[in-house]
Design a protein around this ligand. Structure first.
Ligand code: FES
Length: 165
């Protein structure tokens, strides 16, 4: 028997090693669980960004001068072409009662640009046959949502439409 050891209790180093081994295993187990939770969270956030990119990434509204107040339609809907940062874009301005509304031309199905057909009084999407009425509501085809109504304001004779950036 080794001096300093009691018979029948086993070597203290072995007990110490066993205790350290357990602590190390517990630590590794917690570490692995923590990494898995972190990876799961990252995967969920990434999936959310891809699933709802517009809602997550577009946060602020920037108002852009699109036309003169004189160009607002007396009635019906008017297609307005404006230039922003050297790029031409369109927006539809519509009279609704005593006020105005601005419609985004982007189809809510897969993002093609709709055009307003005056004789049918509808917005038509050339890609998959989506149709919207003059209020922007879906009346036919695959679009899941009405046309997006954009914030607008008139200041000092100019019409400003708000776009999320
Ligand atoms: S993109 Fe407009 S109907 Fe599909």
């Amino acid at each position: 028997m080794t001096p300093g050891r009691t018979a029948g209790t086993g070597p203290p180093e072995a007990a110490q090693h066993g205790k350290l081994g357990m602590e190390r295993r517990d630590f590794l187990k917690i570490l692995v669980q923590g990494i898995l939770v972190l990876l799961s969270t990252l995967a969920a956030v990434t999936a959310a960004i891809f699933a709802y990119p517009a809602r997550i990434r577009q946060k602020t509204v920037q108002f852009i001068d699109v036309s003169s107040e004189d160009e607002l339609p007396g009635r019906g809907i008017k297609r307005v072409v404006y230039e922003e940062s050297g790029r031409k874009s369109i927006v539809y301005l519509a009279r609704e009662g005593d006020s105005y509304v601005a419609f985004s031309p982007v189809c809510t199905h897969l993002g093609c640009l709709v055009s307003y057909n005056r004789s049918q009084n509808r917005f038509l999407c050339p890609c998959h046959g989506g149709k919207y009425d003059a209020s922007g509501r879906v009346i036919e085809g695959p679009p899941p949502l009405p046309l997006t109504r954009l914030p607008m304001k008139v200041e000092k004779g100019r019409v400003f439409v708000g776009f999320k950036v």
